[in-house]
Structure formats: C-alpha cells, structure tokens
Design a protein around this ligand. Structure first.
Ligand code: PMV
Length: 314
C-alpha cells in the first residue's frame, strides 16, 4: 500500500502522548506493577507525499532539529521509522515530528513519536486503526529490545494508571485527585536498552537481592496506589523517595538525578525520584508549593516542566 493522497500540498497530522513513570520502572520488567501518568501531547507528526522516505525530528523544547534520517540508515531512529513504515507498507512519505518533551530522557519521547507517526499514517494510507499499536510496538522494540509495554500503554492515554506486565499487559485507571507532576530534565538520558541490560546484569550477579528489591518496589506500588487514590500526598512523596533509593540500589541513578531529587526535597517537595530508565534524564516530584520546586531547579540550570494531571470523573 502506498500514499492514499499523492497531492504534494496535502498534509496529515497525528499526535502521541508522553508519559511519566511514577512508581515501578525496571521492576515492571520482572513482573512488578507500575504506576504511570499519561501527560497528553508529547509529539506531533505531519506527513506529506515524497518519492523518497525521510523523517525529520525537531526538539520542540529547544527548537533545534534533533535528527534527519532515512529508513535505510543504521541508527535506531532510522530503523524505528523503517519498522513503522513497514507495518503500513508505506514508503512514499516525508514525515516531520516535533517532540514536546525532552528526547531520550525517560518521558517516553520514542513512544510518543511512534504513536504520532502511526496515527498520521492511518489517515495517510487508509489503513485500519488496529495497526497503530503494532507500529508503536515495532518501533519500541528497536529502541528498547524487549519493552515491558508500559511506555506504549501510557502514550495512548491521559491520566494516572496502574500497569502490569502479564502474559497480556493490563492497564487500569486510578481515580486520583488532581495533582501537579513536577519534572526536571537534569542531564542527558542513557539508552533504555543499556539501562535495562545493566539491571539484567545486576540480576544475574545478585539474583536474590535483586528479586527482593523488585518485590519491595512491588509493595511500594501497592501502597502508593492506595495513598494516591486517598490524596495522601505526604505518604506518596515518602514512597517516591524510597522508590528512588531502590532504583539507586539497582544501579540506575546518577549524580545529577540524585542532586535534582535533593534540590526538590530541600525546596519542600513531598518526594522526588528519577523517572524512566535512568542513568540520566528526568526526575519527577510532587509538592504542596510547586513553584518553590520549579524555581529551585531553574536556579540550578535544569529545565523544569509542570504537568497538571486530572483523572476523569474524580
Ligand atoms: O524508556 P524509558 O526511559 O521510559 O523507560 C522504560 C521503563 C523501563 O521499566 C526502564 C523499561 C521497560 O520496558 O519497562
């Protein structure tokens, strides 16, 4: 199948959401539950007809072009683009994607980008909408190896959810009072597959200890789900701090992530932790006075974000 519309001036757009893992990253790969927030728009894709396929990714935070690739290139972004086009059996397309969150920093930019592209391609090729999930999964496999599916599940939704990777991944909404999720981009992120491999190596070397850490993170997720639905943010914050400590124990924190957590806590945050694969990237915090935390991060030169997340019907 190729472009339904061959008019050079015709443009079609799609959007994909970003995500924040609030509890349970890495342990989710080993079967623990996780809590994740879908933050709304994370990427916007625009497609138009072209004889040679090309993808241009712009960093919407800095305004700079992040990458220009063709599907035959070797790098992961190019292979992911090729994998998405293959699902739609499409080639004659030039895609431009603007990513509105830090790229490769734990906020699910790759899933948001894949989702935005796939949604636009459904329109472009007249393909069934069911192909969207297949395309995002194909793209995530390029970036993540064997993803738990948490990024993809969150990218497709808005609000706060409990996720579990079983034979079939399950995701259910949590009814949580409105909350400001404060995010700081503390340093460039590491590749997710690299960090997942690091945790795998830790599991191989210290199996019993690693399993206990994963089990404890699983317990924290259950307590956090109860505290969040009750709006008990002091407890939620304390549990975020513990989850961060356990992620450090798994070897996925970094000096800048630890520093961003300490700065947030000193500025009065109820709690702070790294979010996503770690090794660098972003931290997430919650606070009674969000402005104090955002100001403290800005003073340190980190880029802050404030996501106001609402659960429908609460
Ligand atoms: O790609 P990130 O930074 O959003 O991290 C994905 C979450 C992990 O638990 C680290 C990996 C996974 O597949 O669940």
């Amino acid at each position: 199948m190729n472009a339904k519309r061959t008019d050079e001036t015709q443009r079609l757009a799609g959007q994909g959401g970003a995500k924040l893992i609030l509890f349970g990253e890495h342990a989710v790969v080993y079967g623990a539950p996780a809590i994740v927030a879908g933050t709304g728009v994370g990427a916007t894709a625009t497609l138009r007809f072209a004889n040679e396929p090309q993808l241009i990714v712009t960093d919407g935070v800095t305004g700079a072009v992040h990458a220009t690739v063709e599907p035959t290139d070797e790098e992961p972004l190019a292979r992911a683009f090729g994998a998405i086009l293959d699902v739609f059996d499409a080639r004659k397309v030039r895609a431009s994607v603007v990513v509105h969150v830090p790229i490769g920093a734990g906020m699910g930019s790759s899933a948001a980008m894949a989702l935005a592209l796939a949604r636009a391609l459904v329109e472009y090729t007249d393909a069934p909408a069911e192909l969207v999930a297949e395309a995002v999964a194909a793209s995530e496999t390029v970036f993540h190896g064997t993803p738990s599916g948490v990024d993809q599940a969150a990218a497709m939704r808005e609000g706060i959810f409990r996720f579990r990777r079983d034979a079939e991944p399950s995701i259910e909404p949590l009814r949580v009072p409105d909350v400001h999720l404060l995010v700081s981009h503390a340093s460039p992120g590491e590749s997710t597959s690299e960090m997942v491999s690091r945790v795998r190596a830790f599991h191989d070397a210290f199996e019993e200890t690693a399993t206990r850490i994963d089990d404890t993170i699983g317990d924290i997720v259950k307590q956090a789900a109860r505290a969040m639905t009750a709006g008990d943010w002091t407890t939620v914050g304390a549990l975020m701090n513990v989850n961060h400590g356990l992620l450090s124990a798994l070897g996925v924190s970094s000096e800048s992530l630890d520093a961003a957590c300490h700065v947030a806590r000193r500025a009065g945050a109820w709690g702070a932790k790294l979010t996503g694969a770690g090794g660098g990237g972003c931290v997430v915090a919650i606070a009674e006075q969000p402005g104090d935390v955002l100001d403290a991060w800005t003073e340190r030169g980190w880029t802050p974000f404030d996501f106001h997340v609402q659960s429908p019907g609460v």
